[in-house]
Design a binder for this molecule. Structure first.
Ligand code: FAD
Ligand code: DLZ
Length: 510
């Protein structure tokens, strides 16, 4: 045997750099379901099912393509419970010339793998992950010398670099780079949201569901009604479903929330892009082609491409530029523990209940629920960044440290002091009322800021601004908020702050 090729659970791509010049007759692939990866956080049960089933299907596809694949299925009594132990055993058995792998998506495991050449006494070749549009080096060059990083400027560079949604003379399609201002409509039930894409579990997936129910029943979330795609072919069908049925309205209702609908017009493609079943390039190409065919409007195609070519690449670049220090940042000095209802959904705040309940059932909530409901509440309540980051890492099927951490610590918690975002996404209940129909079903009154039934977001919002005046009053993008606060009568400010104090002391009871 020549080389041993390690493929991780989020590297399920036939074009993976580790595989690209491999020889199925001489090289051997190793893949393993291991306790350490399955338990470094309280992964949602549906995430474990998705990954284990997709890994097993991918191994079968490799075998059909002629590869020899050593695959360890999960069992608590397996001798090797870490990737290192599995690889060490394989190295001892096969004595390869080299271990080849593609760079790992998260800092923790990346650091470990970089020690393997010493610890396992084997040559280790770590190849770049070419599935991203921008390499780590490209991002680092772009970021060099900038005090703050702004996604919008990076995104424009990426549009120029890839030619996506660019005209022949080098300008942005339609004359504008960004159509975000067209993408803030409230959704009132029309047009109806498409039914989500579904795949019925096959024999492999059903076996994995049983395994997860047997060995991971203490993990968050429900495994009921698992219907995610687990092969590349199925993920391609999910992409086509999105382009045909949801993308046309994606832009208009991108920021909308609904009390009835879990998925609205979102793509639900992040689980597949992040584990490698789809590439970001093919997903962006499909959206751009739909626009060119006249099937979807520009605000939909641009809004969608910006999320992937812009935000996804941006947070990945920022992660690798700043780790491991980034994970420790807490510039607002937050210390409060995460309220228990984040794990149960048991709160009378309707918007939080709906977002957390969807998260528990589906392993999914859309971006505005993550940012402006569960995220906004954690920001206003001063939750310790480590607690809220761990929650987001655990509860979503698409969650990996490299993408979850900058979104939570930077975008939501502003714990990096504004390196990622120019201002915190803090909002009162009015925002939730404007973008959803939750408030009509809520125990609390969104119009009130004081009193027992007042929407907690209102007093918490003013309390947040007031207690962080030193950090934010000088920010021109926040001066209007402070003017509004300062215009209120002193007695009213005092009453709101008193309600805010009470709420912060009684978060568990809301
Ligand atoms: P769509 O709304 O259809 O968007 C299309 C695609 O754009 C997504 O599939 C995703 O690949 C990409 N995208 C959109 N927004 C972002 C973003 N801010 N950062 C990176 N990619 C983006 N996304 C993850 O993939 N994994 C995470 O662990 C994750 N954690 C998050 C935590 C918080 C606190 C917040 C506010 C956002 C987080 N996001 C994360 C980003 C975003 O919410 C999800 O990518 C999105 O909700 C996935 O659903 P979708 O595929 O239907 O997305
Ligand atoms: C997330 C995950 C899980 C739950 N389980 C495994 C596993 O058993 N084996 C494996 O190779 N990878 C798994 N992964 C993905 C790794 O944790 C992933 O490579 C890192 O999160 C890097 O992004």
């Amino acid at each position: 045997m020549r080389n041993l090729i390690l493929i991780l659970g989020d590297q399920l791509s036939h074009g993976l750099s580790a595989l690209c010049d491999g020889d199925p007759t001489r090289d051997r692939v190793v893949m393993a379901e291991v306790h350490q990866e399955a338990s470094y956080t309280n992964h949602h049960r549906k995430k474990l099912i998705l990954l284990f089933s997709a890994m097993r299907h991918f191994a079968d596809e490799l075998r059909q393509a002629g590869w020899q694949v050593d695959y360890q299925t999960y069992h608590p009594d397996n001798q090797h419970q870490t990737l290192e132990a599995v690889v060490a055993a394989s190295v001892t058995e096969h004595v390869p010339e080299r271990l080849i792998t593609t760079e790992c998506g998260e800092w923790r495991l990346d650091q470990a793998i970089r020690q393997w050449h010493q610890r396992l006494k084997v040559a280790v070749e770590i190849r770049p992950d070419t599935r991203f549009f921008a390499s780590k080096q490209t991002f680092a060059r772009w970021a060099e010398g900038r005090k703050q990083l702004r996604m919008e400027y990076f995104y424009r560079e990426m549009r120029r670099h890839t030619g996506l949604l660019m005209t022949a003379d080098g300008g942005p399609e339609g004359g504008q780079w960004n159509y975000d201002s067209d993408n803030r409509k409230k959704w009132t039930g029309k047009p109806p949201a498409p039914a989500p894409f579904r795949v019925e579990p096959d024999t492999i997936t059903r076996e994995v569901i049983d395994l997860v129910e047997t060995h991971f029943s203490n993990h968050f979330g429900s495994s009921d009604d698992f219907h995610f795609a687990v092969t590349r072919g199925q993920a391609r069908e999910a992409l086509a479903h999105f382009i045909d049925f949801a993308l046309p309205c994606f832009g208009d209702y991108q920021d909308a929330m609904s009390d009835q609908e879990d998925w609205l017009f979102h793509s639900v493609l992040s689980p597949y892009i992040n584990c490698g079943l789809l590439t970001p390039q093919e997903v962006c190409d499909a959206a751009c082609q739909a626009y060119q065919r006249g099937q979807v409007p520009l605000n939909a195609a641009e809004g969608f491409v910006r999320q992937i070519l812009g935000w996804r690449e941006f947070v990945r670049g920022l992660y690798w530029l700043t780790m491991p220090d980034y994970a420790q940042l807490n510039r607002l000095g937050n210390q409060r523990p995460l309220p228990w209802f984040y794990w149960t959904g048991d709160t009378r705040m309707r918007c939080l209940h709906r977002a957390i309940d969807a998260t528990r059932r589906n392993g999914y909530a859309h971006h505005i629920q993550r940012l402006m409901v569960t995220g906004n509440f954690a920001l206003l309540s001063g939750i310790a960044p480590a607690d809220i980051c761990d929650w987001y890492l655990a509860v979503y099927v698409d969650a990996y440290d490299w993408v979850e951490l900058p979104n939570t610590l930077g975008m939501v918690m502003h714990a990096d002091g504004g390196y990622l975002g120019s201002k915190p996404y803090a909002a009162s209940g009015k925002y939730i009322q404007r973008m959803s129909d939750h408030c009509q079903q809520c125990h609390y009154r969104v119009a009130d800021s004081t009193g027992d039934r007042a929407c907690p977001f209102n007093a918490l919002y003013w309390h947040f601004l007031d207690r962080h005046r030193d950090q934010f009053a000088g920010n021109p993008r926040m001066s209007m908020m402070y003017r509004n606060w300062d215009r209120q009568k002193p007695e009213r400010r005092q009453a709101i702050l008193a309600r805010g104090d009470w709420l912060l002391d009684h978060l568990e009871q809301l």
